[in-house]
Design a protein. Structure first.
Length: 275
């Protein structure tokens, strides 16, 4: 069996010289171009180096490599994005507007502006009046960072908390179904105290009229015997200003003319005008 005399591709001594051949050519290592020095074209003592080892050749190769790196750096400098502030290469992606130094400086200025704005807001808020009951003193600056005060002292804060707790316990006013005035409902029908008093007064009058009509009649005037015809007026025999009471015995149905002429006189002091 024939053995290959060439080193394999994984051999570190020949891997640097193994040149992939195009399709249809041999894959043998290309040593014809590497056999001479790249600077003086003389023989090389070692095939793994580019130069023959002479000081002049080594210095020339070093300078060429340095020049090539400088050209690549200049090309990269011209194509790299520049900072909008200092006009230097940012060294960052193209969508970033500033370099690292300018970005840090701008961020510090932005943070300083935000601190000043918060300071101004706190100073303006410190001039607001206290929200405690019966207190209009300025609240002043808060000792805690980022907090806005609403009360000038702990006493006002406790007083405001007491008022809020009292309001939570107090019933909510509702509009009256008759007069629409806000009130706290205490009656079953939901009306306010004034409407309830008026309603009771009307109910008492209706009851009193019914009792007077049943006991003394209500078809003719008590004084002049004129037919009333539905225009009766409930009058006091002894006026209220003279000590009379709104009772069935002291009330009679009279006409409008007798009620207007009698006024606050007693029966013995007044003579009815008979038509």
């Amino acid at each position: 069996m024939l053995q290959c005399r060439f080193r394999t591709r994984t051999d570190p001594r020949t891997f640097a010289y193994f040149k992939p051949a195009p399709f249809g050519r041999s894959l043998m290592p290309d040593t014809t171009k590497r056999a001479v020095c790249t600077e003086c074209r003389g023989p090389k003592p070692r095939p793994d180096r580019n130069t023959c080892g002479a000081p002049l050749c080594r210095e020339s190769a070093r300078l060429q490599i340095q020049a090539r790196k400088a050209r690549e750096a200049a090309r990269a400098y011209r194509s790299a994005p520049t900072c909008e502030r200092c006009e230097k290469p940012t060294g960052r992606p193209a969508n970033v507007r500033y370099c690292h130094a300018c970005d840090a400086d701008i961020e510090s200025l932005r943070a300083e502006d935000e601190r000043r704005a918060r300071r101004r807001e706190r100073e303006e808020a410190a001039k607001n009046p206290c929200q405690g009951p019966d207190c209009n003193n300025p609240v002043g600056l808060s000792k805690e960072k980022g907090r806005t005060r609403h009360y000038c002292s702990k006493k006002c804060a406790k007083a405001a908390e007491y008022v809020r707790a009292r309001d939570r316990r107090a019933p909510v006013p509702v509009p009256c179904p008759r007069c629409s005035a806000p009130h706290v409902s205490k009656y079953a029908d939901g009306v306010c105290r004034s409407c309830q008093r008026t309603q009771r007064t009307i109910a008492r009058r209706v009851t009193l009229k019914r009792a007077v009509r049943e006991q003394h009649g209500g078809s003719h005037c008590f004084h002049c015997a004129t037919p009333l015809g539905g225009e009766e007026i409930l009058d006091h025999l002894v006026p209220v200003s003279r000590g009379g009471l709104s009772t069935v015995d002291n009330m009679r149905f009279v006409c409008e003319r007798c009620n207007a002429s009698k006024k606050d006189q007693l029966i013995g002091e007044w003579t009815p005008a008979i038509a």
